[in-house]
Design a protein around this ligand. Structure first.
Ligand SMILES: Nc1nc2c(ncn2[C@@H]2O[C@H](COP(=O)(O)OP(=O)(O)OP(=O)(O)O)[C@@H](O)[C@H]2O)c(=O)[nH]1
Ligand SMILES: [Mg+2]
Length: 681
């Protein structure tokens, strides 16, 4: 079977991954905000006698190399030998989208244009003459709807044809005689070195004129680099004399002029565009005064829904585990095996699994925020605050909100940031955002102590996370990360009705990740906790004389000043370093079924078992402080590992550990003593 290698390229948020998923049957991350895909992904599809290798790329606006994900795409388009590049273009935004197209044409890439979002363009009364557009570009144009199968067959046929009969897409690109003449002079010199001919010489010439760092470095390695730079200088001087502009500006102007001419011939737009739904809604949502209150209300709703809808399901699962534990205890009697299954496994792992409904709902809510387009608005609204207070731009707010789901993808999402310094700083504050792993801890404690204000208490923790993140970022920006942040225009995609299938798949996969975690790390920790609670032989399970009790007793003075100096919270925090769910796992295996026969925590009932046990250890004030500490202290191993991988050094994860520990301690201390002064207990 012959293989055809197809790259999917285009601006951010135009539907590349949607098309990729549709073609390959895979489920990669789709959402309505620019910059989701940060790494290239590969999938396959059989078509007739061919095997298509499809590569999904991060979106980019130009083939210049700024941020990491842009470099990934550019390297693929420029250096890898793909057979066909499918350029996905948003029909509602042709001017901007075609800017990247012109640059791929400069490369002479074997291009196909897949025109997406046609329904939205029709709604706006755009009349696009596909044949004309294709003729003028000299590139096939296919209308598709990435979300369903519209145009899919035609696209595949076109890919097959293009692979067998490649075109040079640079042919119809015209940049005016003056520029063309000088580019060809420069090309003449470049072409003398065979090694520089991997990409087309006109592209290399253009990139040199644009002062592109990577290409300039590459050319410096050529034996004839002096000759090339002498010519480059000459051309640059000449262009400056003629146009009184930098070569970069001149080239950009020509690209836009080409696009303008093209669209004049092939697209008819209504004289007055009626305000779209998005524009109408954004009047309120991104309003200067209303923006932040609306953001807060939406977040509050998210937590309310998560908790109120989640609670009955949670009780159901909890009941199931309790029943299972009782049956096992009754069948096996008081044996080591029964203690292992009931305290160790059902307590440690089951105690965490009861929170699945809450966690699934949280991921569902975040998926809806992402897919509707609200996430980008939240970042836009926070941009001013972030800029003024922290010196970071709103772009870093997107990874922060994703951090409400899980820190690992959130840390990866920082790749879209241009400056390494801003990127690392954002990574360091993402773990202050309250991820779903903290939810079991909150659920347990609010049920035991704050039955009437569950939603409000949890909401306050989420907001505290954001505030602490902003304060820590501001301090770090003034010390470790000095420097100005370049301004950035936040792109606001049109609102879209979230696709049910997309949202469900997204949620399902995230939830599966949680279940997998329960079966691996949390299980392993549960077994260790059980062993340590049962040793030395003959000791009462989970008593202070057990190994775990002794460890806790040694560690507990550290937490005394924060109000929870008992040994059990200390070991729970210690084990929770691995993953925060283990904090609850540890409690539930220490106070599990066998202890009082009352069952594992029924977090929503606030009565039996674990809840009673924690009521004996905490007061409402110390319970709140404990939740704050869990929120802010050391991120889980997975998050630290991701920071190491993304920064390529252990330095940052270690700094992270120090920053979070100190912050958690200080903030908890202030809240505890402040609370005491205010008369709380
Ligand atoms: N209605 C409709 N929505 C679409 C279509 N194609 C994509 N979308 C939506 O557009 C948004 C962006 O889609 P993605 O596939 O994630 O875009 P992308 O180009 O991969 O974006 P990045 O990875 O950020 O560069 C999502 O909300 C999709 O559901 C389509 O054909 N019709
Ligand atoms: Mg994508």
């Amino acid at each position: 079977m012959e293989i055809i290698k197809v790259g999917l390229a285009g601006n951010p948020n135009v539907g590349k991954t949607t098309l990729f998923n549709n073609l390959t049957g895979m489920h990669h991350h789709v959402g309505n905000w620019p910059g989701k895909t940060v790494e290239k992904a590969e999938g396959h599809l059989d078509f007739k006698d061919y095997k298509l290798d499809i590569i999904d790329l991060p979106g980019n606006y130009a083939l210049s190399a700024y941020s990491i994900e842009e470099i990934i795409s550019r390297d693929f388009i420029v250096d890898e030998s793909s057979d066909v590049i499918v350029n996905i273009v948003d029909a509602t935004n042709l001017e901007r989208n075609l800017y990247l197209t012109t640059q791929m044409m400069e490369l002479g890439a074997n291009l196909i244009i897949a025109l997406n979002m046609n329904k939205f363009a029709k709604k706006k009364d755009y009349d696009i003459n596909i044949k004309e557009l294709s003729d003028l570009l000299g590139v096939p144009v296919v209308e598709i709807e990435a979300i369903d199968d519209t145009g899919k067959e035609k696209l595949l046929e076109t890919i097959e044809k293009a692979a067998n009969d490649p075109i040079n897409s640079s042919k119809k690109l015209v940049y005016g005689n003056e520029l063309k003449e000088h580019i060809s002079e420069l090309r003449g010199v470049i072409e003398k070195d065979e090694n520089l001919m991997e990409a087309s010489s006109s592209w290399t010439a253009i990139k040199l004129l644009e002062n592109d760092k990577i290409i300039t470095e590459k050319v410096k390695e050529s034996p004839i680099f002096k000759e090339i730079f002498v010519e480059l200088d000459k051309v640059e001087k000449h262009l400056k004399d003629v146009f009184n502009e930098t070569p970069e500006e001149i080239i950009a102007n020509y690209r836009y002029a080409f696009i303008e001419g093209l669209l004049k011939e092939s697209v008819k737009k209504p004289v007055f565009e009626k305000p779209s739904f998005t524009e109408k809604l954004d009047k309120y949502v991104t309003n200067k005064i209303l923006g932040i209150p609306i953001f807060l209300v939406i977040m509050w709703l998210v937590f309310q829904i998560t908790f109120t809808v989640g609670a009955p399901f949670q009780e159901l699962i909890d009941g199931g585990f309790t029943w299972l534990g009782e049956i096992i205890s009754a069948t096996l009697g008081e044996t080591v095996l029964s203690s292992f299954i009931v305290d160790g496994l059902i307590g440690g792992v089951g105690g965490v699994l009861t929170f699945i409904p809450v966690i699934v709902l949280m991921f569902l809510m975040i998926s809806i925020l992402e897919d509707s387009g609200y996430l980008a608005r939240a970042a836009f609204v926070m941009d001013k605050v972030m800029h003024k207070l922290v010196g970071l731009h709103g772009k870093s707010f997107i990874p922060m909100i994703l951090g409400f789901g899980c820190g690992v993808p959130a840390i990866m999402a920082t790749r879209t940031m241009e400056h390494e310094r801003d990127r690392i700083l954002t990574m360091l504050i993402v773990p202050f955002m309250s991820c779903t792993a903290r939810l079991p801890v909150y659920a347990l404690f609010v049920a035991a102590f704050f039955t009437s204000y569950q939603g409000e208490i949890v909401f306050s923790l989420y907001i505290l996370g954001i505030i602490v993140a902003i304060i820590v970022a501001a301090i770090l920006k003034k010390s470790l990360f000095k420097g100005i942040t370049s301004p950035f225009v936040m792109e606001l995609p049109s609102y879209k009705l979230p696709s049910l299938k997309g949202v469900l798949i997204h949620t399902w996969e995230k939830s599966l990740g949680f279940i997998r975690k329960a079966g691996t790390i949390i299980l392993a920790a549960a077994i260790i906790v059980w062993i340590l609670s049962s040793l030395p032989i003959g000791v009462d399970y989970g008593s202070q004389e057990s190994v775990i009790g002794q460890i806790g007793t040694v560690a507990s003075p550290i937490f005394e000043p924060l109000g929870f100096g008992d040994w059990q919270p200390s070991v729970a925090l210690l084990f929770g370093i691995v993953a925060k769910e283990i904090v609850v796992g540890t409690f539930s295996s220490l106070f599990g079924v066998a202890e009082d026969g009352a069952g594992i925590a029924t977090a929503t009932e606030g009565g039996a078992g674990i809840a009673t046990a924690v009521q004996g250890l905490f007061t409402p004030l110390t319970a709140y402080v404990f939740m704050v500490f869990v929120l802010l202290y050391v991120p889980c191993f997975a998050a630290l590992g991701t920071i190491k991988q993304e920064t390529n050094s252990w330095k940052w994860p270690l700094i992270m550990v120090a920053v979070t520990t100190v912050t958690a301690y200080i903030v908890s201390f202030i809240i505890y003593h402040g609370g005491l002064l205010l008369g709380f207990v």
